[in-house]
Write a protein that binds this ligand. Structure first.
Ligand code: CUA
Length: 158
């Protein structure tokens, strides 16, 4: 009898944690500056280098305060590995991989996405403050994984 009582209590605690997790997810998705990375397209990983826009990775101004960053992930580097963008601009990252799964992570920001061969990952970011951020691969991708880094320089908008 006592065991059944404990079991019921534990089930209720589990339900509370599940509910809290769902609430946290909804809040983080609907909160400001958050956008879920979404598959924006598909392509053969072997064709990345010859398919637009990945045949020309780089930073492009696309509007008044809008930028597009096209990136290719390949073991074990990001191309381009160094990016410069103005603060407070809307920056859309379009990323894919030519080989294995990589992870796009900029610590202390909302940028956190999987980069999957065969898939185009797209998400929009807004860096509020000028500063230098590290771009880190956070998905184990082989022997050079820990060296797969980059830099995002956020410069003053003026
Ligand atoms: Cu790329 Cu780890």
């Amino acid at each position: 009898m006592l065991i059944e009582k404990y079991e019921k209590i534990f089930m209720q605690i589990s339900a509370v944690f599940l509910f809290a997790a769902v609430v946290a997810l909804v809040v983080s998705v609907t909160g400001d500056h958050a956008s879920l990375p979404e598959p924006a397209g598909r392509l053969d990983p072997d064709d990345v280098r010859t398919t637009e826009p990945f045949d020309e990775p780089g930073v492009f101004q696309t509007g008044d305060n809008e930028y597009s960053v096209v990136m290719v992930a390949q073991a074990w580097q990001w191309e381009p590995a160094e990016i410069e963008i103005p603060a407070e601009a809307d920056v859309t990252f379009t990323v894919t991989s030519t080989d294995v799964i990589h992870g796009f992570w900029v610590p202390e920001t909302q940028a956190n996405a999987m980069v999957i061969p065969g898939q185009v990952t797209e998400f929009t970011m807004n860096f509020d403050e000028p500063g230098t951020h590290s771009l880190i691969c956070h998905e184990y991708c082989g022997i050079g994984h820990q060296n797969m880094g980059g830099t995002i320089n956020v410069v003053s908008a003026n």
